[in-house]
Ligand binder design. Structure first.
Ligand SMILES: Nc1ncnc2c1ncn2[C@@H]1O[C@H](COP(=O)(O)OP(=O)(O)OP(=O)(O)O)[C@@H](O)[C@H]1O
Length: 241
């Protein structure tokens, strides 16, 4: 089954065309990555799928056309976005951030929180700490946990490696791979192309609003034409552009 089916997606900001006629698919259980330079339109694409910006085109999700659905309705259907910059509530504690994330979802909150703490013991140690005082890696773990608590069918991640130390980046990619292996479909947007492709099934390339590729991630990793542009400085393991 197709989990996500995007056809002819367009996003514009006034005269700026950020996404141009993009077609993209994520199969049930797949881990798909979109790589591309800064400003190529990757965030605009994800935000459109999440219903957070105006867009044209068709978005099919888990067998239904959600193109006209509002962002909250998309979340309820099982689409979760962990945005760039994390968007946790800095003044709330770790525990409060997790509680708020589950609002309106039919989940057993205490069991879910226990599950988060089993996966991320660091978050349990800091459960009464306000989120703004966490390290970058811990904030990213919290943002990811907030999405996972709702058991999304499709988890969308915008630059999860951004600003993290190399060791934490490697850990983050391992966790994403685990989440996918446990059955959640994943759509990942990354500048850290080499690392992202190494855990993905398939990959797309985004250049000035246009999506191409969609083939095997391993083949993309070996594609000489991509090396110079995307696997050089932009894919340093510390995620610095
Ligand atoms: N709210 C906005 N208003 C006007 N232009 C925007 C807006 N958001 C993005 N853009 C422009 O749209 C284009 C695509 O931006 P987008 O953020 O989607 O790219 P990106 O590949 O995600 O880059 P980054 O990694 O820097 O977020 C860029 O030219 C950007 O300047």
């Amino acid at each position: 089954m197709k989990m996500l089916e995007v056809q002819g997606l367009n996003v514009r900001y006034g005269a700026v065309k950020a996404v141009l006629d993009a077609d993209l698919e994520v199969d049930d259980g797949e881990l798909v990555v979109v790589v591309g330079a800064n400003g190529a339109g990757k965030s605009s694409l994800l935000r459109a799928v999440a219903g957070l910006n105006k867009h044209r085109g068709r978005i099919g999700f888990a067998g239904a056309d959600i193109s006209a659905r509002r962002a909250e309705q998309r979340v309820k259907r099982g689409l979760s976005l962990v945005p760039e910059g994390r968007h946790i509530f800095g003044r709330m504690t770790v525990l409060e951030n997790l509680q708020v994330a589950a609002w309106g979802a039919r989940v057993d909150l205490s069991a879910e929180i226990a599950g988060v703490f089993a996966r991320f013991p660091r978050l349990e140690e800091r459960k009464h700490q306000v989120a703004a005082t966490l390290s970058g890696g811990e904030q990213q773990m919290l943002a990811l946990s907030r999405a996972l608590i709702r058991h999304p069918k499709l988890l969308m991640l915008d630059e999860p490696s951004m600003g993290l130390a190399p060791k934490i980046v490697a850990q983050m990619f391992e966790i994403i791979e685990e989440i996918n292996a446990a059955g959640t479909s994943v759509l990942l947007i990354e500048q850290n192309a080499r690392m992202a492709l190494s855990i993905a099934h398939r990959g797309y390339l985004m250049e000035t609003g246009a999506l191409s590729g969609g083939g095997d991630a391993r083949a993309m990793l070996e594609d000489e034409r991509l090396h110079e542009a995307y696997f050089g400085k932009a894919s340093e393991p510390d995620g610095t552009p």
